[in-house]
Design a protein. Sequence first.
Length: 149
Amino acid sequence: MRNIENLYQEMILEHNKNPRNFKTLSPCSHSSRGVNTLCGDDYMLTVQVDNGSITDIGFTGQGCAISKSSGSLMTSTIKGKSVEDAITLKDQFLGMLIADRPADDMGRLAVFANVKRFPVRVKCATLIWRALEDALVLANGSISTEGDS
């Protein structure tokens, strides 16, 4: 079990050091800013949706290794998917971390399953996913995790 945890930690550190899709799309069809005022994580998510599919996605900003690697893995996983599939994946990811649902079908996103053991870090892992939800579902333009559980 220790080897798997080490592998997961290495993947998180790699995505933090070399984040995928760490860019701003301009123009974009959807965007949202995610801010966690408790720890300082602050990311801007930009999404291009064409004909119901996410054709490009990027995020910029600053934060801890968990939040940046979550953004990197999220963007590389949902790029090319339909909006509907991205929202389903978002619900599954949030369920894995917040509702203690199994990580069986999460693929490489399962690296974040152990984050739920550290409740303060759950907000870091879910911040960019909440921004995606805000951009695609709520269309409000910003989300804060202050007071969020």
